[in-house]
Write a protein that binds this ligand. Structure first.
Ligand SMILES: [Zn+2]
Length: 274
């Protein structure tokens, strides 16, 4: 028989607000906690404290991914949720943090209702999901899933010259749990919408059906400087004009493919679930 329980929304807001105070950007609701900085460490420490308060068992792997687990009636792979708590330089308080703290709120609600789940429940946060300091983004989950070898990840040099492995040691978050990790039984991530569509359409929640496939191209346009008044138009090699034409062409090409920014063959879509 199903038991109806609900999460404490105020409790979730309070945790989000408390976490947003670490690295807070004055005059905004946001925060800056770039991966593996002192502020990231302070944010990690706070979330780990909340996990411990809920009696969760903490495991930290070699790339600093942290997973808190609440035992279930049966052992085995957990039902897991989570996201990231690192931010970009001008991060909002919900991006990533919501997915982690909502998980803790679920654990708390389950405990308050006196329910023992069949499988363990786990909440995780992954290192350097934003990629703002260390490329690539989603670094922690790449290592977690075995898409990127740990040794390679530890040697990555950041935009400020820092090295992932050294920074992990410095903030005390290089742990012994193995990575890649054994897969969870199931994984779900709640994430604040990263674009404006649901908000504009007044839809409360949707299911992500795909992510962007970014491709970066650097183009150098070389021209020829010459006398402005005496060079006839037909004999000019104006790099600015060529670069502008390229920019306009690319914009029009993208617009032609439709409103979605990726996968033009699929057409843009989201699936409202309530
Ligand atoms: Zn995010």
């Amino acid at each position: 028989m199903a038991t109806e329980i609900s999460v404490d929304g105020q409790g979730l807001s309070d945790r989000l607000a408390a976490l947003a105070l670490i690295g807070e950007i004055e005059g905004t609701d946001g925060a800056c906690r770039l991966a593996l900085t002192d502020d990231d460490r302070a944010g990690r420490d706070l979330v780990v404290t909340w996990m411990r308060d809920l009696g969760m068992e903490i495991s930290i792997d070699g790339i600093g991914n942290v997973v808190g687990t609440m035992a279930g009636a049966e052992p085995g792979p957990p039902v897991m949720c989570g996201s990231h708590i690192d931010t970009v330089r001008t991060g909002g308080r919900y991006d990533g943090n919501l997915g982690v703290l909502a998980g803790l709120q679920v654990v708390e609600a389950v405990q308050r209702a006196g329910i023992t789940t069949r499988r363990p429940l786990a909440v995780g946060f992954f290192t350097d999901e934003e990629g703002s300091r260390f490329p690539p983004d989603m670094l922690g989950s790449l290592v977690y899933t075995g898409e990127l070898p740990l040794e390679e990840a530890l040697d990555i040099v950041g935009a400020d010259g820092a090295v992932v492995g050294e920074e992990l040691d410095r903030i005390g978050y290089r742990g012994p749990a193995p990575c890649p990790s054994p897969p969870p039984h199931a994984f779900v991530e709640l994430h604040i919408e990263q674009g404006p569509i649901l908000d504009t359409e007044d839809v409360v929640i949707g299911v992500v059906t795909g992510v962007q496939g970014i491709s970066w191209t650097e183009i150098t346009v070389a021209g020829q400087s010459n006398h402005a008044g005496t060079t006839p138009m037909a004999m000019r090699h104006d790099a600015g004009w060529a670069a502008t034409r390229i920019a306009v062409f690319v914009h029009e090409l993208a617009t032609e493919f439709g409103p979605r920014r990726s996968a033009p063959w699929a057409g843009w879509s989201f699936t409202p679930i309530w």
